[in-house]
Design a binder for this molecule. Sequence first.
Ligand code: GRF
Length: 207
Amino acid sequence: MVKPVHLGILASGSGSNAEAIIKSCENGRLKGKTVVSVLISDNPDAYCLERAIMHNIPAIICSRSGINSREEHDRNIVTELKKWDVELVVLAGYMRLISSYFLQEFPHRVINIHPALLPSFRGMHGYKDAVEYGVKITGITVHFVDDQMDHGPIILQKSLEVVFEDTEETLKERGLKLEHEAFPEAIELYCEDRLEIIGRKVKIKPN
Ligand code: GRF
């Protein structure tokens, strides 16, 4: 039997993506392939911590308060991730940039989900920006993290139609459903060793 890939999830907010991944490990497509070893939040009040606890996943707070630099903060997080034997780091609504130190410690082993079709609408408000711009199609992106924001090689994207009546809230509601499917799908591809990064592109190798 192949050893399951140990995931470490970093999250700052509600944690609906984190919970979708955890449930997929418990009973979905990731069952037997992946285990969530730890969830770490930089936000002591984030609901993602409670979601992790409800599923018996260790939930750890690595707060930024009293810490001088991004790298010092990342050193604390990397120490925790290593303690839990994490192989793949999943940014699930983690609202901070990752330092180059972090990326060196987990080369090609940090992935993020973004609520738009990159390279459109980078930043924190993908759904809101799509509604305000008036695009007819938007979507979600799962990508490897590199040293620029919302920029690394793209693993997969899924599209979403925008209708005239959409608000940020209605679009987000449909978008999150897609995110909850796409993230486990991308993690499964990683676990099956089917992702090959070639420059900016990710080749998905056949099963
Ligand atoms: C998601 O829309 C994700 O794409 C973005 O942050 C949001 C996190 O939502 N990076 P949740 O905390 O997983 O519910």
